[in-house]
Design a protein around this ligand. Structure first.
Ligand SMILES: NC(=O)c1ccc[n+]([C@@H]2O[C@H](COP(=O)([O-])OP(=O)(O)OC[C@H]3O[C@@H](n4cnc5c(N)ncnc54)[C@H](OP(=O)(O)O)[C@@H]3O)[C@@H](O)[C@H]2O)c1
Length: 335
């Protein structure tokens, strides 16, 4: 097998617009099938994206022995149930973020994954695989900003659509689950550790009951990462990583365009160096890295324990919303 044969569960926008076209450019990925609750929708997506097989149910795709791995871009409340069904059908799993609805959900998925050591399972935090984030981590690791002191992140968009999955609290909607999960993830990625505690100020939408504006402080033992995210704010995204002697700023930290170079800045003292990264599609890289791990039976770049650890922080944020105080982050992950 020189390429992994991928199946996609649903005709979700992120899949059809970004992830499938990205994976189709990959060296080790073949998008073989797409499933929808409606065969008509699956067939239309398959025709549009030149995918050989279409299925009228997710079960039908999972039953196909010609599918090796599935990509799951379902609403958040369906991530864990379908990831488990996929593993039980013998498929490797790339599942969209956030991995589940809460820590219990995430740990359940991880437990099932540990019972299937022959299968690879990964949360689709694609941003980590983009060269700009690899570069940012390298600069920090090599002391290019001195000692890291604080990270600041802003991530927002305006979405007032009552039928959007993001505006349904029962399906894991809201800004913290949808985009607050990124600054939590990147802080853990860059600082290469787990936070001790968090405190959050959260405003909820009167109509949707989802969190629409949240500001969060994440304490990594005196080293603070802060972010504001929101779902009814003009769209914007930016990350700054500050150290004692320098700073790294990423212009488009999460939705890096697949067809244009990305820009980041590395400040050292008074000097600011602009770094232009070559054009890269983070979804192609993500698909190829996971496929290589499958083909070569090596570890996936981001283990499932990372997804559980991220959910531990998200859950502490919601605890802090309710208590109005600092809340400890539990660290139950053992693998
Ligand atoms: N990594 C990234 O860059 C990124 C970006 C955006 C979103 N995401 C994640 O990707 C996931 C999907 O987001 P999206 O915006 O692409 O979603 P979306 O366009 O709303 O699609 C969700 C799909 O789920 C299927 N589905 C199954 N049961 C459903 C139900 N009860 N109600 C609605 N849809 C149902 C539908 O497909 P069928 O009708 O074909 O069955 C639908 O098209 C989310 O977890 C989100 O967090 C990730």
């Amino acid at each position: 097998m020189s390429k992994v044969r991928w199946g996609v569960l649903s005709t979700a926008k992120i899949g059809t617009v970004k992830v499938i076209p990205g994976m189709q450019k990959g060296q080790y990925c073949e998008v073989t099938g797409i499933a929808s609750r409606s065969l008509e929708s699956a067939q239309a997506a398959a025709d549009q994206l030149h995918i050989p097989k279409a299925y009228g149910s997710y079960e039908a795709l999972l039953e196909d022995p010609e599918i090796d791995a599935v990509y799951i871009p379902l609403p958040n409340h369906l991530h864990v149930p379908w990831a488990i069904k996929a593993m039980q059908a013998g498929k490797h799993v790339l599942c969209e973020k956030p991995i589940g609805l809460n820590v219990e959900d995430a740990r359940h998925l991880a437990d099932i994954a540990y019972q299937h050591p022959n299968l690879k399972v990964m949360e689709a935090f694609m941003y980590r695989h983009h060269p700009q984030w690899q570069k940012a981590r390298e600069i920090v690791r090599e002391g290019g900003i001195g000692t890291p002191v604080t990270i600041q992140c802003f991530f927002s968009y305006y979405n007032n659509n009552p039928t959007d999955i993001r505006n349904n609290p029962d399906w894991g909607g809201g800004g913290i689950m949808d985009i607050g999960c990124y600054p939590i993830s990147l802080s853990r990625f860059i600082l290469e550790g787990e936070p001790e505690k968090v405190i959050a100020s959260v405003t909820r939408d009167e109509e949707f009951k989802t969190d629409v504006v949240s500001s969060v402080m994440i304490d990594f033992g005196g080293l603070m990462s802060t972010f504001t995210c929101g779902t009814k704010i003009a769209p914007y995204q930016r990350v700054n990583i500050f150290g004692t002697e320098g700073r790294v700023e990423i212009q488009i930290p999460f939705n890096a365009p697949p067809d244009k170079p990305c820009i980041m800045w590395h400040q050292q003292g008074e000097q600011i160096l602009e770094i232009e990264l070559p054009v890269a599609d983070q979804y192609t890289i993500q698909g190829d890295l996971m496929s290589q791990a499958i083909l070569e039976d090596t570890d996936v770049p981001t283990p499932i324990s990372d997804a559980v650890a991220n959910m531990e922080v998200i859950e502490a944020v919601f605890r802090s919303e309710r208590s109005g105080r600092w809340e400890s982050v539990s660290h139950m992950v053992t693998k």
